[in-house]
Ligand binder design. Sequence first.
Ligand code: 2AM
Length: 172
Amino acid sequence: MRLFLALVPPPALRRRLGTLADAAQARCGGRRMPDDGLHLTLAFLGEQPIERAEALAAWLARFSILPGSWRLDAWGHFRRPGIVWVGGAEGEPALRDLQRQLWDSLEEMGITGRPDRFAPHITLLRKARRSPGPELPRIAMTWDYTRVELIQSVLKQQGSHYRSLARTVLPE
Ligand code: 2AM
């Protein structure tokens, strides 16, 4: 199973991000992520056997995370895969701590693949033909996050379909 750990925006924020995705697609082309697929990847785990997915789900459902706020205020572009994303211009220490904490636990479970650097972003478009430009709407949003989800990515012809398998409990 192809798995990753992510934060999933609440529905109202997803809709606002979807509006940005529409504006970005009008300028940049490419394939727009559906609103219900928008997320911030904290750890990409790749292909894992089903027993490990079960162990990960049980592990994740046992703890809560420190809630935080992520300030979204920047457009970005990964040129080669044509990814257009939104993220934060400021480095986000709380998100980095969360990502580090998750990878520390994953490595204890024997999972490899920790990236050298973490570039937090929410992908809005794939296979975009142009980079985002100054005519795109200004972004000023705050994402208050409380939970991490374990998500399965099922590759389909029209793009990946995401299925949430488990999530952390809400902080008290
Ligand atoms: P992307 O949006 O920048 O492509 C599910 O595929 C999630 O995991 C996506 O958010 C994707 O990031 C990320 N992802 C996919 N393949 C990856 C890889 N090889 N390394 C790191 N992240 C990856």
